[in-house]
Structures are given as C-alpha cells and as structure tokens.
Design a protein around this ligand. Sequence first.
Ligand SMILES: *[C@@H]1O[C@H](CO)[C@@H](O)[C@H](O)[C@H]1NC(C)=O
Ligand SMILES: *[C@@H]1O[C@H](CO)[C@@H](O)[C@H](O)[C@H]1NC(C)=O
Length: 147
Amino acid sequence: MLALPLTLLALAATGLADPKPPALTWLYSVNITFAAPIEIGAVPTGNRAILTIVGGSFAGPKIAGKVGSGIDWGLTDAKGTFSPDALYTLYTNDNATILVSEKGHAPGVQILFETASPKYAYLNTVVAYATGGPSEAGVSLDVWQGF
Ligand SMILES: *[C@@H]1O[C@H](CO)[C@@H](O)[C@H](O)[C@H]1NC(C)=O
Ligand SMILES: *[C@@H]1O[C@H](CO)[C@@H](O)[C@H](O)[C@H]1NC(C)=O
C-alpha cells in the first residue's frame, strides 16, 4: 500500500518518468552469401555496387530455412558509410516464402517483411533491425524484432 504513493511522489518530484525502452526479441540469425560484386562505381550519390544474393541460411527460435535470391544495390558515401538497400527472399523449412527488404545506413539497418503465409503473417507488421557485419562470403546478421 505504501509503495505506490511513494513512487508517485518520486515521479512528481522529477517531473517525468523515463520512457520504458521497447523490448527487442531475437527473430533469427542469417548468413547471406553474395556472388562477386558488380561495381557500378562513382555515381552522383556515392559509390554504387550491386551485391547479388545467391543463398545462405537462417535460424531462430520460431523460424528457420534458406536464403533465396535477391540483390543489395547499396551505396557507400564519401565518408565511407555503407547504406544497404536490399531485397531478397527467405524460404522457411515449412515452405513459406518471405520477402525481405533491408534499408538503412550501417550500422543502423531496418528490415521489413512481406508474406502470404498465415503462419508467418505476424512478420507483416514487424519492424526489425539487424546487427552484424561482413563475413567470409557475405554478411552475417542477427535480426531483432522491435515492434
Ligand atoms: C552462420 O555461419 C556461422 C559461421 O560459419 C555458423 O556458426 C552459424 O551456425 C551459421 N548460422 C546459420 C543460421 O546458418
Ligand atoms: C515442403 O515442400 C517439400 C517439397 O515440395 C515437401 O517435401 C515437404 O513435405 C513440404 N513441407 C511442408 C511442411 O509442407
């Protein structure tokens, strides 16, 4: 009975409560394999290269499967910041196809999903973000569900 009024008093004293940070849930980790990059070179907005996504695999607590195909036509700016812009497919072990779009300015990368699978429909409203970086033949990312 005493705890709540004391908390309220503390809030009144400081003015505002700190907003609660949103929880992040691990969706999956993914290894994406690229073919040899196609260099477009210095374009007005930076240095453009096309990375063709040719495969890979992903696994998490509720989802796993293979990476399909796609491209990342990312841009590297004058300061060396890489801005990925990728579109590729994931094929789950239970045969759902999920379209993934990945955009941002490294290391901040946002991921959105599109799928017609009822089982994975929850991904259609998820905003995820990725941590990770280059690996031997591509990139390795941990993908986190924000909302
Ligand atoms: C990704 O590659 C690493 C290193 O080879 C491996 O340990 C990991 O199991 C792979 N993850 C997936 C989801 O394939
Ligand atoms: C996925 O498709 C393969 C090949 O058509 C089939 O053998 C397998 O049973 C399917 N799995 C599920 C869970 O539907």
